[in-house]
Design a protein around this ligand. Sequence first.
Ligand SMILES: *[C@@H]1O[C@H](CO)[C@@H](O)[C@H](O)[C@H]1NC(C)=O
Ligand SMILES: *[C@@H]1O[C@H](CO)[C@@H](O)[C@H](O)[C@H]1NC(C)=O
Ligand SMILES: *[C@@H]1O[C@H](CO)[C@@H](O)[C@H](O)[C@H]1NC(C)=O
Length: 288
Amino acid sequence: MSGLVGLLVGLVLVGSVSSAKFDELFQPGWALDHFIYDGELLSLKLDNYSGAGFQSKSKYMFGKVTVQIKLVEGDSAGTVTAFYMSSDGPNHNEFDFEFLGNTTGEPYLVQTNVYVNGVGNREQRLNLWFDPTKDFHSYSILWNQHQVVFLVDETPIRLHTNMENKGVPFPKDQPMGVYSSIWNADDWATQGGRVKTDWSHAPFIASYKGFEINGCECPVSVAAADVAKRCSSSGEKRYWWDEPTLAELNLHQSHQLLWVKANHMIYDYCNDSARFPVTPVECLHHRH
Ligand SMILES: *[C@@H]1O[C@H](CO)[C@@H](O)[C@H](O)[C@H]1NC(C)=O
Ligand SMILES: *[C@@H]1O[C@H](CO)[C@@H](O)[C@H](O)[C@H]1NC(C)=O
Ligand SMILES: *[C@@H]1O[C@H](CO)[C@@H](O)[C@H](O)[C@H]1NC(C)=O
């Protein structure tokens, strides 16, 4: 009997679920006077005086974070709006969405990057199949022991697979905070920095809603060495992101990713032999 109970308990999936208003999960990081917050909708303002940014109150290991963003309308050239997860310190890990603005009517670019142990240089760039300035769209990062998946409206746009068995380090030992910000990056963002921010069009406003974090929360009081244990499934404790079905993309998602790569990707570091005469190892073994 107790064996049966144990089995049933073992099948219960755990994971701290948080889906909440901005201020339950996040706090302003800088430039509070550039926040416009009405309880449901948050807007961040960039002008010639300052940008603005926010961060999660807690750090997390594994799970999924989602936010709905409506990017800067009209002329957004020179501006960058970022949504990312990052750990702290010189050997930090980071998963980035960076939305690079453009002149009115020209497409936003989405740049993604993955830092592992302090090393990035894994940029991919794509355009989107919709105008991200007209409506809110959801941008998510799914992270478990097997993969990091970047999703736009639940369509995977990037897969970073765990290839530790091929000697490639994978981020899975540092809790990460969740961040977003808007700032002026007209030295590089738009058409390689050729188009500058036109401040006569300021303020530039990015809006947010639908904040969701569904992961293993790591209070600062938990020692680093205990975090990995706390956030791994073991025995009766099974986190939803450790389910076998989430160890890789399903067939439908694999097809979606291929479609994105074929139709929307305009730069992939894996493909840049001028920059990387020796192809990065994770690119060689890529299944897609
Ligand atoms: C901006 O628009 C130009 C022209 O369509 C395009 O080449 C470029 O990739 C777009 N995005 C950025 C960030 O420069
Ligand atoms: C910022 O922009 C405003 C409006 O265009 C202008 O009046 C002001 O002088 C600018 N300030 C700085 C520091 O450039
Ligand atoms: C990859 O490289 C090929 C050959 O140089 C090029 O035609 C293609 O556009 C590149 N694709 C991406 C996504 O960078």
